[in-house]
Ligand binder design. Structure first.
Ligand SMILES: [Zn+2]
Length: 56
């Protein structure tokens, strides 16, 4: 059985902004006070996130 485990939070590697996933809104919401509103955010989940839990 393959179980999808989407990320529930992400952090920008450029400005340090943290977002959290809102299941109610089905979108990212700002989770922290830090961050540059003009930053082209480079989220740390890109490229490293594996959406499929260990299925063997
Ligand atoms: Zn950023």
């Amino acid at each position: 059985m393959v179980r999808i485990t989407p990320p529930s939070e992400r952090t920008c590697e450029r400005c340090g902004r943290e977002d959290v996933w809102s299941t109610d809104a089905q979108s990212w919401v700002i989770g922290g006070a830090e961050g540059d509103p003009y930053c082209l955010h480079e989220w740390d989940i890109n490229g490293t996130f594996n959406p499929v839990a260990d299925a063997e």
